[in-house]
Design a protein around this ligand. Structure first.
Ligand code: ADP
Length: 394
């Protein structure tokens, strides 16, 4: 009999899902993935098989306005597509686990209360993640759930890496560097011993370059620092977020330009980064195709910031053995990989242009002092594995 684990990633307007299945105690394999998108505006449901074949695609009733209704739509599809199958557990991506959770946790009423208390630290994501847990608790009360945090993998970093240098009373209100994209980095660290055993125990920088972008410094597979800080606004230039900027700019926006908190939030999360610089698009593909000078500047800045931060994290690691590219841009753009690797050539990266064009996994020449790699990330599989392990299904 086939057993299943459901992975959910709930955002403000979408509920992404992935169904994992296995034959008794075999490895978990993704069988279907998809999403309810346009929640509250023009809801649609889409599901694909692992090979990309479309399994379902439909416009949903406009009454699909929240996580509860989205989950009902997903459950209705699961009941027909997986009639008679058993869902053994549900794993959720939860953006914030605070300073306490260094790993995933089984959902209990006490955990939920604790996670609700972290909402001010991630107001744009945490409420939606928790709404999906609430909806599932209500609709499928017998199914155990696991919360997998984007912050957990970074716990255990040196004190100086987590510190935000403000007075103690501000820090005790939760102001510290948490780091994010942790499930992605944890997945990469988990596959390094198979994919690239020669670097798994060494000093590695992983570049997660997607619409959100960050770097993580790994020593022997553990996070010692990352470019994201208190929020996912820090560090690298992103699709619509600026990355690190002088906090004096934010004061200027409030005090001199008279912007409201809502306007500043929208500026920093939705209108800056590649979109803000180019005035054209937040999508790297559009910018690489464009001949516009501002689009070119956006790509130049993206590469400049990544290379600068790679230098900083190399200093943290006391040298570098390997650079790993992952996520949408990192996995799919030979041009961006080549440009970042060339800008980091001083570290000893000798790029193999043919291997880079072919997509790796190893994209540096034999004998390169620092090797370079392309390794696809898989946050959903990481969540499925955690869910299975915490619920005692392994
Ligand atoms: P998310 O953070 O939303 O999970 P992804 O990791 O899926 O993001 O990355 C999405 C981004 O990857 C897109 O916005 C696009 O800029 C970029 N991307 C995808 N394919 C390519 C490609 N072939 N070349 C350049 N950029 C790409």
């Amino acid at each position: 009999m086939t057993e299943h684990v459901l992975v959910l990633n709930a955002g403000s307007s979408s509920l992404k899902f992935c169904v994992y299945g296995r034959l008794r105690h075999g490895p978990w394999r993704a069988e279907a993935r998809g999403q309810v998108e346009g929640i509250g505006t023009a809801p649609r449901f889409k599901a694909r098989a692992a090979d990309g074949k479309v399994l379902a695609e439909q416009t949903l009733d406009a009454s699909v306005r929240d996580a509860r209704a989205a989950l009902d739509a997903l459950a209705a599809w699961l009941r027909t597509a997986y009639a008679g199958a058993r869902v053994l557990g549900v794993g959720h991506r939860v953006v914030h686990g605070g300073s306490r959770h260094a790993g995933p946790a089984v959902v209990t009423p006490a955990l939920l209360e604790e996670l609700r208390g972290l909402t001010p630290l991630a107001p744009l994501h945490q409420p939606h993640n928790l709404a999906a847990i609430d909806a599932l608790t209500e609709r499928m009360p017998g199914v155990p759930q696991v919360a997998c945090f984007d912050t957990s993998f970074h716990r255990g970093q040196p004190v100086v890496a987590e510190l935000v240098p403000l007075p103690r009373e501000i820090r005790s209100a939760g102001v510290q560097r948490y780091g994010f994209h942790g499930l992605s980095y944890e997945y990469i660290a988990s596959v390094l011993p198979q994919v690239a055993p020669e670097i798994a125990g060494g000093r590695v920088i992983v570049a997660h370059l997607g619409s959100g972008a960050s770097l993580c410094a790994l020593r022997a597979g553990r996070s010692v620092d990352s470019s994201f800080g208190f929020t996912a606004l820090d560090g690298l230039c992103m699709g619509t977020r600026p990355g690190a900027i002088d906090p004096g700019v934010v004061l200027y926006l409030f005090q001199t330009l008279g912007m409201t908190a809502g306007q500043v939030e929208a500026l920093l999360y939705k209108k800056s980064g590649l979109l803000g610089i180019s005035g054209l698009s937040n999508d790297m593909r559009d910018l690489l195709k464009s001949t516009d000078a501002a689009a070119k500047l956006a790509v130049d800045f993206f590469v400049y910031r990544a290379a600068k931060e790679i230098g900083a994290l190399t200093a943290v690691l006391g040298g570098l053995d390997a650079l790993v590219f992952t996520a949408g841009i990192g996995e799919n753009s030979p041009e961006v990989r080549a440009r970042i690797s060339t800008a980091s050539a001083w570290l000893g990266i000798d790029l193999d242009t043919g291997a880079n064009r072919a997509g790796g996994p190893c994209i540096s020449r034999p004998g390169s002092k620092v090797s370079a790699w392309v390794i696809p990330t898989n946050e959903e599989l990481m969540i499925a594995r955690h869910t299975s392990s915490l619920l005692g299904l392994d």
